[in-house]
Design a protein around this ligand. Structure first.
Ligand SMILES: Cc1cc2nc3c(=O)[nH]c(=O)nc-3n(C[C@H](O)[C@H](O)[C@H](O)COP(=O)(O)O)c2cc1C
Length: 444
């Protein structure tokens, strides 16, 4: 069977453009109204998307006056969406820095049971400096330490998901044996950061464990992804950097003996779609005119760990000297890299930089017709820059509706995208193997 495209819907506020919440075509529903998320999940499922994704940051941030923030907690929300859908995958972010592995393991195993095997976990180390202050930490944990902790966290969580064999439950009313204790075991983990006895207190889930998603593109982030990720979200403003990232990560994974089709790479794509290119550009301009530079400046600062850019003039061309060295940034290192590379390449004014980041925070943005969006998708897919895309509609639900109604049929006619779901689990949508337990073989 020929290689097929994978599409994930990244749900974010009322759309990914910074000022989407103010646009007349954005949803009138509150960000705490579960019906809003049910509608989006059902539309994406009707469009045969592989999955939907809910991000999470463990702090409100300081732009609440001028930007739509303050949404539902993702794990709780996925439980509700599992009941409102039947085939689409459901991915949520959870932090390895500010969560206990035993809690996370039981939450995601429960969701995988509840959804019939449709769950994915976006593994984040929580780059935002302010999050620590909600967990009793004055100092932000360093980049390297966050990843070292994440490594052990995964060791523990995976051990807990493997602590039950698939056939441990007997449920034998006649003999009075509910489970076979020989098919359940402790993990007795003793590590630098965690001491966890186990076993997990619920049986192994339909997928064995959630699909591992990851989104850190720094050197350390790539090494982590090469070892563990099954799907990788990444931000690129240009096809050539996406292709470089793709080739590097696939070769790192191959060097660890991992087949190329077991680590899928999905760059972000935020497309303003119009029936003509001019119409799309007009909508893009409308959104940028609604953008508030104070929001853009606050976001830029947080990407660089709180660096103050407020002294910079809005209409003077920037240089990389105006920015901290991204290699030393303890926050979102790869995103800082994306931004300084853009500045080095194009020397934009601060206003122009904030406009280009207002679209999708450093992910690829475009304005065009459905045909032009499909052409872009086919080009990156066929030229080794992507296995699929993290679809980031600038305005929700309007530009998701257009994507499903106009772009999906073009991708199907070109033989790039499915006409029906292959199976019932997220792993079958992504073509990923079901992992065995490190403690038990399936045969019993
Ligand atoms: C599509 C996408 C989604 C992300 N979602 C989250 C999120 O929900 N929460 C979070 O704290 N970080 C999120 N991140 C940030 C990454 O987890 C990571 O911290 C960031 O890319 C910097 O990683 P690096 O320092 O390894 O380059 C996301 C990144 C991308 C590209």
């Amino acid at each position: 069977m020929s290689r097929k495209l994978h599409l994930n819907l990244f749900i974010h506020g009322r759309g990914h453009h910074e000022s989407a919440w103010r646009h007349a075509s954005a949803t009138p529903l509150a960000l705490t109204d579960i019906e809003y998320f049910r509608q989006l999940a059902r539309t994406a499922e009707a469009g045969l998307f592989d999955s939907i994704f809910l991000a999470d940051t463990l702090t409100l941030g300081d732009e609440i006056e001028h930007s739509a923030r303050g949404g539902l907690e993702p794990i709780t929300t996925l439980a509700a969406l599992a009941g409102a859908t039947s085939r689409i995958g459901l991915i949520a972010t959870a932090s390895t820095t500010y969560t206990e592995p035993f809690n996370l393991a039981r939450q995601f195993a429960s969701l995988d049971h509840i959804s019939g095997g449709r769950i994915g976990w976006n593994i984040v180390t929580s780059w935002i400096a302010g999050a620590g202050r909600n967990y009793g930490q004055d100092q932000q944990m360093g980049h390297a330490e966050r990843y070292a902790r994440a490594e052990e966290f995964l060791e523990v969580a995976t051990g807990l998901w493997d602590s039950w064999a698939d056939d441990a439950i007997l449920d034998d009313r006649r003999s009075g044996r509910f489970a076979d204790p020989a098919r359940i075991r402790s993990i007795n983990h003793m590590g630098a950061h965690y001491r966890v006895e186990g076993p997990l207190n619920l049986p192994r889930s339909p997928q064995g464990r959630p699909v591992f998603v990851q989104a850190g593109s720094s050197e350390t982030g790539r090494q982590f992804a090469a070892r563990h990720a099954e799907a990788v979200f990444t931000a690129h403003l240009e096809k050539f950097t996406a292709a470089e990232f793709y080739a590097d990560l696939k070769s790192q994974a191959a060097a660890l003996g991992r087949p190329s089709d077991q680590i899928l790479i999905l760059p972000g794509l935020s497309a303003v779609i119009g029936s003509t290119e001019e119409e799309a550009r007009r909508l893009w301009r409308e959104l940028n005119e609604l953008a508030d530079p104070r929001v853009g400046l606050a976001r830029l600062s947080s990407r660089f760990g709180g660096h103050d850019f407020s002294h910079l003039e809005l209409d003077r061309p920037l240089s990389v000297d105006d920015f901290p060295d991204p290699g030393q940034v303890q926050a979102a290192r790869s995103r800082a890299q994306v931004i300084t590379s853009l500045v080095a390449r194009e020397r934009p004014t601060l206003r122009a930089l904030l406009h280009s980041l207002a679209g999708a925070r450093g992910h690829f943005t475009m304005a065009g017709t459905p045909e032009q969006v499909a052409d872009l998708i086919e080009d990156w897919f066929r030229s080794g820059a992507a296995d699929g895309f993290n679809v980031m509609p600038p305005i929700l639900p309007a530009l998701l509706d257009v994507f499903v109604a106009e772009v999906i049929p073009i991708l199907q006619r070109r033989g790039l995208f499915r006409y029906e779901y292959e199976g019932h689990m997220l792993r079958s949508h992504y073509g990923l193997a079901r992992p065995g337990s490190r403690f038990f073989d399936h045969a019993g």
